[in-house]
Design a protein around this ligand. Sequence first.
Ligand code: KMH
Ligand code: ZN
Length: 310
Amino acid sequence: MPGPRKVIITCAVTGAIHTPSMSPHLPVTPEEIIEASLAAAEAGASVLHLHARDPETGKPTQDPRAFEAFLPQIKQATGAVINLTTGGSPHMSVEERMRPATEFKPELASLNMGSMNFGLYPMLDRFKEFRHEWEREHLEKSRDLVFKNTFRDIQTILELGNENGTRFEFECYDVSHLYNLKHFVDRGLAREPLFVQTVFGLLGGIGAHPEDVMHMRRTAMRLFGEEYRWSVLGAGAAQMRVAAQAAAMGGNVRVGLEDSLWIAPKTLARSNADQVEKAKKMLESLSLEIATPEEAREILSLKGADKTAF
Ligand code: KMH
Ligand code: ZN
């Protein structure tokens, strides 16, 4: 008889959606990223999804040297699984976005499953003052931005992972992305068990209505059967509501300041760990157990932290 289901909490620590002027709590420097990551792991996150930023300006960067400034310290101080972004920023080329995963061969990396509009510009209505010029530009330019993830791009990243033993967090922002993933499963390039991160509430992707969550879940079940591990990410104010709905239906959850700066209406989260703690309490109140990093490795069939290149 299988034991109780263990829920994987992923914490996405910083990312490329928000900019430093939006929250004083957004980690920017290597020291801040290390501190935030360790506190999130301590609070119950078994997976840390990491991006890097220029320490001076806070601008997202995929320069491996920026990752090198925090990866060894995080690895040394926690057993949490380190998941490197291949999404980088939607403003970057795919070649640029692949650099950290190519060099560091992580256990896990994100993989965005389709090209899409990526509308960050509505945040210009809420945030008016920016310390760095790139911040306004980052939001403004998203009116005419395609986050490019063609079949060829996806294949290139899958082949890189398959060569290095890196498995993927498949980021699916809409129903078609699940079908794209199925296409790569059928071609033998995406390998089970699939870790399917369904993303809700980003402008350009599916909404965050409970029916949207149900539809992504039903479609994934139909396409992948038992051979997938479902996780959800609700953007902004939808974060905990989507997490609670999915957890009650067998899902894993992703939180973190990458996708939501908030802990409650009109209240900024003071740290990533605040959101992890809140998610953990919510899961425990549903009588669910939280996966440890080792359990997460087993559930996701990861190669182990000793097989990375950092
Ligand atoms: N912030 C997520 C919605 C990536 O890093 O590959 C997108 C993301 C992309 O996490
Ligand atoms: Zn990310």
